[in-house]
Design a protein around this ligand. Sequence first.
Ligand code: AMP
Ligand code: MG
Length: 412
Amino acid sequence: MTSTGSLIPLDVAQSFVLDRIEPLSPIALPLLNSSGLVLAVDIESHEDIPPFKNTASDGYAVRAKDTTGASKMNPVLLKVIATIAAGDSIDPTLEPGTAVRIMTGAPVPLSADSIVMVEDTAPYDDQPSMVQVFKQASPGDSIREAGSDISTGQVVLLAGTVLNPAAIGVLASLGYKKVPVYPRPKVGVISTGSELIDTGGISKGMIRDSNRPSLIEAVNKSGFEAIDLGIVPDDAGQLEEAFTKAARKCDAIITSGGVSVGDFDLTKEVLAKLSEGGMRWMQVAIKPAKPFAFGKIAGTPLFGLPGNPVSALVSFELFARPAIRKLMNYPSPYKTLLNATLQDDVARRKDGKVHFLRAVCNSVNGELQATLKLGQKSHMLSQMASANALLVVPDGNGFQAGAKLPVILLDQ
Ligand code: AMP
Ligand code: MG
């Protein structure tokens, strides 16, 4: 797979990259820094959750048999002997004909077997020590048994689970402060090109660097940690220094620019040298984002994305994002494709490539509908800014409105 000029099918190019990616080594990270990361071990509970029998409602803890026959017309009168709030640890003993006022989450007295909800009770005249009960209770009513969510010895989360907010909460409830996970990859982002400046006024021939900010955003939004490594001009010494440093401090490197066939050969020469000949220059059978380079520098994967701003983002989506998700040991590195109904005709000619068109997808009466953006050229970033999907158009002579085609949703 060298730069022979022949087009490489997308799936072959994607597999080439994924096959060369190994997950990073797991580490223990603070729980609150672990959102979206993949759990590295099974989590077995050494405790019951809830840890004690408690009430699911505000009301009165009772012995169910003391409420036999209770109704609105025929209330049962019970004597209130204590009040238990959440956080209390008292355990009053209920004698026949008594009740304990109790708040949600408070421990249920051992001698009570049910809770009457406060809505099914009323004070009795002006006697705060008595309560009227309007509903017969059954044992277990409004009671959350110890271990009813998680029991001691249960494997509650499996290795490979992506930690979502609920999983973080489960780990917190089991007392975890740190959790063994595959780390969040540090992804260095570099823009290459002597025509690039950061901000300020532009002189003739110069443009502002838009790839680095948009790729940094794409990296962070994907749940990785972006490291801004700046602009590097087309200069062999500076490129070599920048790539070498990046490989040392990052888990992956994303560059943009300098990978096309007609490019100034400097970036290629430098990457070829640093990768010890391991860099692969591909012409992938897609539009946009045909040129793509992949290799490793001192073991660190480097994704060489094309310089055109739309191409850079499409290439990130198709190659870099899935591969970096594999570094995190994600169970499925690729996004799930959805089918959307075309609202417009899609005109194209057979050219051996899959086209990725910027589109807006909306769900209308349960159907996903795709409307194309007007500007589809690879430098028209403004049209991508208001798109939320890439429409995947297979090779051929186009499709008519009403056809269904796969889409990659960008906002996920
Ligand atoms: P290249 O891939 O280096 O041949 O660049 C292709 C096109 O993308 C050229 O018009 C470049 O000026 C433009 N380009 C390259 N890098 C950037 C960047 N970081 N931001 C905006 N445009 C870029
Ligand atoms: Mg360039």
